[in-house]
Design a protein around this ligand. Structure first.
Ligand SMILES: Cc1ncc(COP(=O)(O)O)c(C=O)c1O
Length: 157
């Protein structure tokens, strides 16, 4: 992912095209270093590998693009600056965000590599179980898949 992002970033700088990285699986699945990636935009939900209840996500926007980036929903905070405009989109259910600090404590106490090892192992086990049940085979050699998305190995029928 990092090399693809780096390629995108360098070509975007050349062509002056902002880059938005859809990192839906990024948070939790890998060590996310936004400083090093330096994207224009990066979005990730927190309900996949990070294990926060559905509805919790984040969007990173590079400082100099924030004044040009507006929310789809105009609600409280309109005209009060970037963070205020995005912080309260009407009747959105914010309760999943309340679990965030507990989940972060969990990641801190167990450790990312131990959690990932467990999740990848479980995912791989599930994948091979399905391959066997469905009588199908890998869509591509195993080494072509990132360790975080073994589930997609099951796609070839
Ligand atoms: C690359 C990518 N973008 C976006 C999404 C959508 O995520 P959400 O569950 O928040 O709708 C997914 C879901 O798997 C995804 O893989």
């Amino acid at each position: 992912m990092n090399s693809t992002t780096t390629q995108c970033n360098s070509s975007s700088t050349y062509r002056n095209v902002p880059v938005l990285i859809d990192g839906a699986h990024g948070l939790g699945a890998l060590d996310l270093d936004l400083k090093a990636l330096d994207p224009d935009y990066y979005i990730s939900n927190a309900h996949k590998w990070f294990c926060v209840p559905k509805g919790c996500a984040f969007m990173y926007v590079k400082k100099d693009l924030q004044s040009k980036t507006r929310p789809l929903i105009i609600s409280h905070g309109f005209g009060s600056g970037f963070n205020s405009e995005f912080i309260w989109a009407g009747l959105h259910d914010y309760s999943p965000f309340l679990a965030l600090h507990t989940v972060i404590d969990f990641w801190d106490s167990v450790g990312p590599s131990k959690i990932r090892q467990f999740m990848y192992g479980l995912c791989k086990k599930a994948c091979y179980l399905l391959l066997k049940k469905w009588g199908t085979s890998l869509a591509a050699p195993e080494e072509m898949f990132g360790k975080e998305n073994k589930g997609k190995l099951c796609a070839n029928r």
